[in-house]
Design a protein around this ligand. Structure first.
Ligand code: NAD
Ligand code: ZN
Ligand code: ZN
Length: 347
């Protein structure tokens, strides 16, 4: 079968012919219907060769959807032909975090060598995807897999990031979204639907800012050296009640810390590089600011996000590519030349 693989860090991925997998006991084989390209893939592609964390070559794609093609012995509760989305943050299923659905924070994944598809295990950028356990599948029902597949990360991650801030985002407050890309454009929609807050979006070009407005931002501000002052012109002395940084570079973290107000949240979702930090100290930021850096989301939250899409309140902007053109999707992603999410659809 065809698969898009990372062969060597620092080089573009390649379309290659690999063996079609067979499900072992407990596993489920999906015929892939859609796979989303995430900026984290680009981050991984550019990691240094020395100490590269995953076995190579590795098939990319941690956002996956498919139709159940074959089930391994012992698999119950899911049958062939069912259209599903894949919960990708695989954990052990047994530890305290996993028992709460927070497999993204599985405390035993490291020692057991459990990794997500596309981030250690073979990913969804292929004709078939092997899923370790049926509990990692959520039936899609009538949802279009191409429109729904980004919700497994570009929807789930902002949802999990925003949820703890919801009690603070009451009437008259401001939420700031930095980076209106794959995650950010869903984040804006979630904030508009789940809160009465005014939403200010920041990005680096007029096109991206126009896109942010289209998906629901009330105000947009260019992410430049004047960004803190320009956001504060809108928020006044109160500052922002929650700032979601979907970029994670030093300049954006500085903006986040510069615009957050008293008792506000700074949520670092972007993994722009490995060195950017938000400094916290008694005299550094307004009183009672909380800073968190969440990773992906919980199993139950994926069900919630898919239900929001079913209710028609989330519309993912998708640019569609064939598997043969998947490498081009990654080029466009790296060039910051996408509107929403790039989704690869095998023939
Ligand atoms: P994307 O490429 O689709 O979007 C990034 C957006 O940020 C683009 O619109 C770009 O124009 C904008 N941007 C770039 N530099 C900026 C700046 N200085 N100021 C403001 N905007 C800027 O990326 P994505 O797939 O949405 O991922 C966003 C980030 O989140 C990436 O760093 C990715 O690795 C990370 N991520 C983290 C998690 C997690 O669990 N924490 C999950 C998925 C992705
Ligand atoms: Zn991702
Ligand atoms: Zn676990």
């Amino acid at each position: 079968m065809k698969a898009i693989q990372i062969i060597q860090p620092g080089k573009p991925p390649e379309l290659r012919e690999v063996e079609k997998p067979t499900p072992r006991p407990g596993q489920v084989l999906l015929k892939v219907t859609a796979a989303g390209a995430c900026h984290s893939d680009d981050f991984v592609l550019n990691l240094p060769e020395e100490g590269f964390p995953y076995p190579l070559p590795m098939t990319l794609g941690h956002e996956g959807a498919g139709v159940v093609a074959e089930v391994g012995t012992g698999v119950t509760g899911i049958s062939e032909g069912t259209s599903v989305a894949v919960y990708g943050a695989w954990g052990c299923g047994v530890c305290h975090f996993c028992a709460r659905g927070l497999e993204n924070y599985c405390s035993r994944a490291g020692e057991l060598g459990i990794t997500p598809p596309g981030l250690g295990n073979p990913g969804a950028m292929a004709e078939y995807l092997l899923v370790d356990d049926a509990r990692h599948l959520v039936p899609l029902g009538d949802l279009d897999p191409v429109a729904a597949v980004p919700l497994t990360d570009a929807g789930l991650t902002p949802y999990h990031a925003i949820k703890p801030s919801l009690p603070k985002l009451v009437g008259g407050t401001t939420a700031v979204v930095i980076g209106a890309g794959g995650l950010g454009h869903v984040g804006i929609q979630l904030l508009r639907h789940l809160t009465p807050s005014r939403v200010i979006a920041l990005d680096v070009s007029d096109d991206k800012l126009a896109f942010a407005r289209e998906v629901g931002a009330h105000e947009v501000v260019l992410s430049d050296a004047d960004a803190v002052a320009n956001v504060r012109k809108i928020t006044g002395n109160d500052g922002a009640t929650a700032v979601f940084d979907f970029v994670g570079l030093q300049p954006t973290l500085d903006i986040a810390m510069g615009v957050v107000g008293t008792m506000g949240d700074v949520v670092i979702v972007g993994i722009g590089d490995m060195v950017a930090t938000a400094k916290v100290g008694f005299f550094t930021q307004p009183y009672e600011v909380s800073v968190r850096a969440p990773y992906w989301g919980a199993r139950d939250e994926l069900i919630e996000v898919l239900d929001l899409a079913r209710d028609g309140v989330l519309e993912v902007a998708v640019e569609r590519f064939s598997l043969d053109d998947g490498v081009e999707a990654y080029r466009r992603l790296a060039a910051n030349d996408l509107r929403g999410r790039a989704v690869v659809v095998p023939d």
